[in-house]
Design a protein around this ligand. Structure first.
Ligand SMILES: [Zn+2]
Ligand SMILES: [Zn+2]
Length: 445
């Protein structure tokens, strides 16, 4: 190339590199026939070596790639980094960025240079138990679904924990993961009979027992089901093993059988959209849906920040802590609003990892309690609270609300005050408990 022509081209390249958005510096130009630093000879078209100012990396790029129409409008995207700090995982998801330990090759990672949506895999260090992930995980998946630790992961999604914490603050008594007699063994025939127009191939995959995220047996006389819908209820996702169509059909089936077979009132079947696990998004969704069953003023009094912070904690890890501090599995289950069998599972896993000093036999013995129903004239003894509930002919929730909350004293006046609806059901309850008015329940624990 003639020297003059070459110089003009270089000036052009420089000008173009400096004018393109994205913050690049010109390094050098190579023309047809030139030898590149790696020894290769430039063929057909010139090559410009540029440096991305943000990440500091240098690389070769063809002028037509750098200066196409799109790039002139939007700026060239650096292929070696996320472009800007505002695009980085360090900026967008600091909690997850802090957990990145190294890349797949074991190299340290600058989280200011990587995007939260990349498909590259990384090893993570759990911010709760400090354990390194057992295998590298795809970053975009961790960002979308939150990090789940093989050691302390409790199997409950953040949105679900968030809703649970809000309900706890509201003083609502609920059950998680609730199956019902009418939601058991849902087969293909039963699904077809619902007349939801679901494809046969999809139906095949959706048989079995349906469990509901939250069940509130009695809130001011209402029976309420709450379903928390995470991202995979709105977007195709190969991870859950179900397509979007299957997931949405499953939601329809659950709602339909709850209303028709379970006699749940349609407006007491609540579905909360938590497709983003971002604080404000979840908060707004929860408020919007719970408004249908609860007073708005009560909802405004919830400390959502506290609920969110608590929902980031692993319930498994919490159960280890509580156990190691001397609590029994039954007490932990009560504290965390979980089933005792789930807590025992957590504790077993903790013992395997050397994190909890769980001893099944000791725990069983500790949980054995003698319950006494003490009145002026008589004492009755039971081997467990369950036996007492049976004797009184009431459910645990009823016991908690009407007796437990009154320091385990059966007091007719207290019960009458607690009753919010004066129906046959509550009349029966008062009638049943009246004969033990003034009795106190004493537990040996
Ligand atoms: Zn870069
Ligand atoms: Zn962990």
């Amino acid at each position: 190339m003639i020297v003059n022509k070459r110089n003009t081209a270089i000036i052009n390249h420089k000008r173009m590199v400096e004018s393109i958005m994205g913050g690049f510096s010109y390094v050098e130009s190579y023309f047809v026939g030139d030898i590149l630093p790696d020894g290769k000879i430039v063929q057909r078209k010139p090559i410009i070596r540029v440096k991305h100012n943000y990440c500091g990396k240098e690389y070769n790029v063809r002028p037509d790639v750098l200066f196409n129409k799109n790039n002139i409008k939007k700026g060239y995207e650096c292929p070696k980094c996320c472009g800007t700090y505002q695009n980085s995982i360090h900026y967008k998801n600091p909690e997850i960025a802090n957990m990145i330990e190294c890349d797949e090759k074991g190299q340290a990672v600058d989280t200011k240079l990587i995007s939260p949506y990349g498909h590259d895999k990384y090893s993570f260090k759990c911010n709760q138990c400090d354990r390194i992930s057992d295998k590298p995980k795809r970053l975009d998946i961790v960002v979308n679904f939150n990090y789940s630790c093989y050691a302390c992961g409790d199997g409950i999604s953040v949105p679900e924990k968030f809703v649970g914490k809000v309900l706890e603050q509201l003083g609502v008594i609920f059950k998680r993961e609730k199956p019902f007699e009418w939601s058991e063994k849902i087969d293909e025939i039963k699904i077809s009979q619902l007349g939801l127009g679901i494809d046969e191939k999809v139906i095949e995959k959706l048989t079995g027992t349906k469990k509901y995220d939250f069940y509130i047996e009695d809130y001011e006389g209402k029976r309420i089901i709450i379903e928390v819908h995470g991202r995979h209820h709105y977007e195709d996702n190969s991870l859950t093993g179900r397509t979007l169509e299957e997931e949405m059909s499953n939601d329809k089936i659950k709602k339909c059988i709850a209303i028709t077979n379970g006699q749940i009132n349609e407006n007491e079947y609540i579905e909360i959209d938590c497709r983003k696990s971002d604080f404000n998004y979840m908060k707004d969704s929860i408020k919007k849906e719970l408004k249908k069953i609860l007073d708005e003023k009560i909802l405004d009094n919830v400390d959502y920040v506290k609920a969110y912070t608590e929902s980031q904690k692993s319930l498994k890890l919490l159960s280890w802590e509580l156990y190691n501090n001397g609590k029994k599995s039954s007490e932990i289950a009560r504290d965390l609003n979980m089933s005792q069998s789930r807590i025992v599972q957590y504790l077993h896993h903790g013992a395997e990892l050397g994190k909890s000093n769980y001893d099944a036999k000791m725990d069983r013995n500790a949980n054995r309690i003698i319950v006494k129903l003490v009145g002026k004239t008589c004492i009755k003894e039971f081997n467990s609270l369950n036996d007492l509930y049976k004797f009184l002919g009431i459910r645990m929730e009823v016991y908690r609300k009407y007796i437990g909350e009154n320091n385990d004293v059966i007091d007719k006046d207290f019960i009458v005050k607690k009753v919010t609806k004066n129906n046959q059901h509550t009349k029966n309850l008062i009638e049943k408990l009246k004969q033990y008015d003034g009795f106190k329940v004493i537990r040996s624990d």
